[in-house]
Design a protein around this ligand. Structure first.
Ligand code: BGC
Length: 765
């Protein structure tokens, strides 16, 4: 007992000394910023709020800025999407040595899923359900980016999305807010570490606040029409989780909420983010979003737009230069409070990053040589990519393949290097990555297997449409006719024992401004696959996609399908690892795959309707379509393994629970197959009667376990009332929904995916 008290005391002392250290650091920071701001002119203060683009990577209209001169005049607070420590060092030198106050610049970048070592696209990463792996990917991204001059990343993107038409679904963690929240925390911890003092960590920027994933009809840059109840229960939680995890900055979204663009939305940026959630970092706009208030027609001039955003709580203006261009000293003085607050927040970020101690701390070229694309990082990226790919189908255990006989590799994605990293890999160096063909060749070296290759088709018949999906150096058009290419592929396939078809989307068919209404296999590839299937040989489809796609025909006719997404720089080796059984697939879908694009918006978190339809099929006067099932083709949480897992019936330690109590839900999982494999055990709930309409099923826990053949493990989920809560509808229209726990019956479910669960009833008293 004494020992316990001593250790509690010890812990309390450590906590107290940590918090007093933080307090004294904050006090030092405040003193420093006070002194600095006392010496700043209004123009210099406005300069800190200014974030022009200076690199080659632009996501809007490029702007020519007189960067050097503007820096000297103190008109720039940060720059983004520049690459290279030496280059960045020189720009920093101008700021520090040639501007009046020598305030260092913040260098940001879209480091979305890795730097030169590229990890799977975020949607794929989430399919690992492995928070340690996700955190590690962000940690490695930070180690590399910071060795190249970058100290601030525009990531994580935590927008929940229920619409596969939206191309940016590739950048988030899928459709579930609970899983999305865990991923958001892991990413923030990975980027920022325990302390931004460490020069191998960088500041995170949570985006796009808020609700960007709910753009109407999945069309990019569209508006969002959603009520607070659904906003809070379905979309807001990951932003809050990232803020609670300590994210240093937040990016406002392009879209509207409550009819007001997020960038100029005071309720969002101040009332909710700062006052209710306690966020104390800084808020940056998205690319030209400040001036886009004029496009939205809520402001008539740039001055009005900039002012509305400033008053709403925006601190930094990306690209529009709104305040700097429109404010003279008199106007600035009239808005002194807001300008001072914003300038302070930007300076605090620089202070926390250690830029005032050493403005060149992220420009250490020796560190670059040690960490960039180093073998350790590549090995981690390969391992993690292997965890993200989802085995959708494996009839007659075609996979894993034996390294013998003749293998035909066919498809437009089989021999393309730049497409493998996936969208938004700004710092990628594709020349140093392998194609699928090279990955398979390496895996088969020294064996008797023979690998044949034919491209087989272009991505699609229409060259113009293909060009849209292969922008930014990913072009792959073959000048041969479709007939010539198909004939060659069939010749090659004839000689083979097994066909590997590498097909699907090119990397830029998803990502920003890549909304699509046709999400089926592109025409030329579909036709080729039909011809290959006619040969009657075993086919493995290695499918590339940056979004959920419709795979009806493929599911019916192709015996094995691996959803490879885009696996990053090590895609090729990771695919080979899975195909030849070095790695047992363990990814599980974090978006369900639809049967038809018309099902969108679509999520397993279907709110319980009246005239509910449990069969999912047509039935007059209940909720359904006349021509397609309600269910997905592949459900949320789904994925196969080379081994099989058996679930025992689930148990609850008690069927009742007081409000302040706790029960345990358990299940024993046994590996009944022949391979060691990982399984993701999932906990879902459904509140039987609540004040607000609740989803039929919602994820509230998961555990990824690895079992050897024959091995069993009991997986336990601790359940308390808080875990079962939700944002109840508010009776007062001025109040946001509040996290609420209601007594009554709750279905507790455990299973291998959202469609296959076992259920016990729990009564909260
Ligand atoms: C995107 C952001 C990105 C920014 C800067 C915008 O178009 O929406 O996600 O961070 O560009 O590149």
């Amino acid at each position: 007992m004494k020992l316990r008290i001593l250790s509690i005391l010890g812990f309390a002392i450590i906590l107290a000394s940590c918090s007093s250290r933080t307090d004294s650091r904050d006090a030092e920071m405040n003193r420093f910023v006070d002194e600095l701001m006392a010496r700043m002119t209004w123009e210099e203060k406005l300069g800190q709020l200014n974030l022009p683009v200076a690199g080659d990577i632009v996501t809007g209209e490029p702007r020519t800025t007189h960067v050097g001169e503007d820096i000297r005049q103190g008109k720039i607070g940060g720059l983004f999407n520049l690459k290279g420590a030496a280059y960045i060092r020189e720009i920093q030198r101008i700021a520090v040595e040639e501007s009046r106050l020598g305030i260092p610049i913040l260098f940001g970048m879209d480091v979305i899923h890795g730097y030169e070592t590229v990890f799977p696209i975020p949607l794929a990463l989430s399919c690992s359900w492995d928070m340690k792996a996700i955190e590690r990917s962000a940690e490695i991204a930070a180690a590399e980016a910071t060795a190249d001059g970058i100290c601030w990343t525009f990531s994580p993107m935590v927008d929940v999305c229920h619409d596969g038409r939206w191309g940016r679904i590739s950048e988030g963690a899928g459709e579930d807010p609970y899983l999305g929240s865990r991923v958001a925390e892991a990413m923030v911890h990975g980027y920022q570490g325990n302390d931004l003092d460490d020069p191998a960590t960088m500041m995170a920027c949570v985006k796009h606040f808020a609700l960007y994933g709910a753009v109407e009809a999945g069309r990019e840059y569209n508006n969002v029409y959603i009520d607070d109840y659904h906003a809070f229960n379905e979309y807001m939680q990951p932003y809050k989780a990232a803020v609670d995890a300590g994210a240093g900055s937040v990016m406002a979204a392009f879209n509207t909420m409550h009819g007001i663009p997020s960038t100029g939305n005071k309720w969002l940026l101040t009332d909710l983010l700062r006052e209710q959630w306690g966020f104390n970092g800084f808020v940056v706009s998205d690319y030209t979003a400040v001036e886009e208030l004029m496009d939205h027609r809520v402001c008539a001039t740039l001055e009005e737009s900039a002012l509305q955003c400033l008053q709403a709580g925006l601190d930094m203006d990306m690209v529009s230069c709104g305040l700097l261009q429109t404010m003279d000293e008199a106007k600035a003085k009239a808005n002194a409070k807001a300008i001072n607050a914003a300038c302070r927040r930007v300076l605090e970020a620089k202070y926390k990053l250690g830029l005032f101690d050493d403005p060149y701390r992220y420009c250490d070229t020796t560190r670059r040589a040690q960490v960039m694309l180093c073998p350790e990082h590549r090995a981690e990226a390969r391992r993690i990519a292997g965890e993200c790919m989802v085995l959708l189908k494996n009839e007659q255990n075609i996979l894993p393949l034996k390294k013998k006989g003749t293998i035909a590799l066919i498809g437009p994605l089989a021999n393309t290097r730049p497409n493998m990293s996936g969208t938004w890999a700004v710092a990628a160096v594709p020349d140093r990555y392998k194609t699928i063909k090279e990955g398979l060749e390496d895996a088969l070296k020294g064996t008797e297997a023979k690998l044949l290759y034919a491209k087989g088709s272009n991505l699609m018949y229409d060259a113009k449409a293909e060009a849209i999906g292969t922008m930014f150096g990913r072009e792959m058009r073959d000048p041969r006719s479709a007939e010539q290419m198909k004939a060659e592929a069939l010749r090659v396939a004839h000689q083979a024992d097994v066909i590997i078809a590498a097909m699907g989307e090119a990397s830029e068919m998803a990502g920003e401004c890549s909304s699509r209404v046709n999400i089926e296999m592109p025409d030329a590839q579909h036709d080729l696959l039909v011809e290959l299937a006619k040969l009657g040989k075993p086919i493995v489809l290695v499918h590339f996609a940056g979004r959920p796609t419709v795979l009806n025909w493929e599911t019916e006719h192709v015996p094995a399908i691996l959803e490879a997404w885009f696996g990053g720089s090590e895609t090729a080796d990771a695919v080979a690892d899975i195909l030849f059984g070095e790695v047992n697939p363990s990814g599980r879908l974090t978006v369900q795959l639809p049967r038809h694009v018309g099902q969108y918006p679509f999520s397993y978190r279907q709110m319980t309707t009246s005239r509910r339809n449990d069969e999912g099929e047509f039935n007059k006067f209940i909720t359904c379509y006349a021509d397609v099932s309600n269910w997905p083709l592949y459900p949320f949480g789904y994925g196969l393994s080379y081994t099989s897992f058996d679930y025992s019936p689930m148990t609850l330690s008690s069927s009742t629970m007081p409000m302040d109590g706790r029960v345990t839900a358990s299940v024993t999982v046994t590996n009944t197959g022949e391979y060691t494999g990982a399984e993701v055990v999932q906990l879902y709930i459904c509140d039987r009667v609540a004040k607000g309409v609740r989803p039929q099923k919602e994820l509230r826990g998961f555990e990824r376990i690895t079992l050897a053949p024959g091995e069993s493990k009991e997986v336990q989920f601790a359940i308390n009332a808080d875990l079962l809560g939700y944002y109840a509808p508010s009776v007062d229209a001025n109040l946001a929904p509040q996290w609420t726990i209601e007594p009554g019956e709750v279905e507790i479910m455990i299973g291998r995916n959202a469609r296959e669960t076992d259920m016990r009833l729990l009564t909260i008293e």
